[in-house]
Design a protein around this ligand. Structure first.
Ligand SMILES: *Cc1c(COP(=O)(O)O)cnc(C)c1O
Length: 336
């Protein structure tokens, strides 16, 4: 592994980094398999908790570099990415517009509550319009701001593009230090995959920072084939835009779609059970949309013996706490 010289893209400091890294002692003992470690990106901030802040450090810096003063982005009604973007915008004195995909019964709770509290302008659209007319909706929002003399910058779904990719590429350097400090050489880095940018960044970051671990994305929606293409195209865009001396074909892109369940934002009882188990064993809170689903999948894979040759495995806790609250009714506490 030759360490390569990388360009220095613009970056603003938004996250509380580096985040902690530690062993999941009790869960590892329960499993009687590899040791499970956790990267606490849920502690990357309060209103910016989770993985999106790492991407936003580069995306927002690009916006500022281009002289923009307004951020436009989109996502599900409980999008962590949109909430983090709204918070970043306020901190930098920018305006923010969120195009949100309506759910069946949107309650002003969790992330949506915070979006309102942060003063984001919210354009809420039906699922159908969101999927069929997103580019048009984004253009309309851009026009809205341009007409008012403002300069909008569009951040794609989940912040997953060749700019946002830098966030988790840079996290690779943090992980290298974490591994060194704990004297471990994990075989796998496991993360929830929803729009692919975190997986793409980690895949790049592992390569450029000389980690021997392979990155596995646990899909929370869509198919492995879809993410194979999406992650690859983010990586290609990044290599091309920044002239990175890497061959995309040399990068292993691995996504597991066995634990998607009924679809995005829909969790089965096994996911709620895993969230409860992790909370009560380790005092760590996962969310039903991303980390709970992904961690449940990882536990199942370990129990099935798929990691029996591994000594150490790392799970990236990508946050999502606020998305848990709208699901509180699924835990059955009301009946206690
Ligand atoms: C967005 C998100 C993910 C998925 O990351 P992508 O880069 O979109 O694949 C995982 N966990 C949480 C909590 C998220 O908000």
């Amino acid at each position: 592994m030759t360490l390569m010289t990388l360009p220095n893209p613009p970056r603003v400091s938004l996250g509380h980094l580096p985040t902690p890294f530690h062993l999941l002692k009790r869960i590892s003992a329960d499993l009687d398999g590899p040791r499970l470690w956790i990267k606490r990106d849920d502690l990357s901030g309060l209103l910016m908790t989770g993985n999106k802040v790492r991407k936003l450090e580069f995306l927002v810096a690009q916006a500022l570099e281009e002289g923009c003063d307004t951020l436009i982005t989109c996502g599900g009604i409980q999008s962590n990415h949109c909430r983090a973007t709204a918070s970043a915008a306020v901190q930098l004195g920018m305006e923010v517009c969120l195009i949100l995909r309506e759910d069946n019964e949107p309650t002003v709770d969790g992330n949506l509550f915070l979006d309102h509290l942060l003063g984001a302008r919210i354009v809420s659209v039906s699922k159908q319009r969101f999927f069929s007319e997103l580019p048009k909706l984004v253009e309309e929002s851009c026009d809205f701001y341009t007409k008012r003399g403002r300069r909008p910058f569009v951040i794609p779904l989940g912040g997953s593009d060749e700019i946002g990719l830098w966030g988790y590429c840079a996290a690779g350097a943090e992980l290298r230090d974490d591994f060194e400090n704990n004297n471990i050489s994990p075989s796998h880095i496991v993360v929830a995959t929803g729009s692919g940018g975190t997986q793409a960044g980690l895949t790049a970051g592992a390569e450029v920072h000389g980690l021997s671990a392979s990155v596995v994305g646990m899909a929370v929606c869509d198919s492995a084939a879809y993410f194979q293409r999406k992650v690859r195209s983010d990586l290609e865009g990044w290599i091309q835009r920044y002239n990175i001396p890497l061959d995309v074909d040399a990068l292993r892109i691995q996504t597991n779609d066995d634990y998607v369940g009924a679809g995005y934002g829909l969790a089965g009882p096994e996911v709620y059970e895993t969230i409860r188990y992790v909370a009560q064993r380790e005092g760590i809170v996962l969310d039903p949309v991303y980390t709970g689903k992904a961690f449940h999948g990882l536990l199942q894979e370990i129990r099935a013996g798929h990691f029996k040759d591994s000594k150490d495995i790392v799970f990236i806790h990508t946050g999502g706490l606020f998305g848990l609250f709208p699901h509180a009714c699924h835990f059955g506490f009301e009946s206690l």
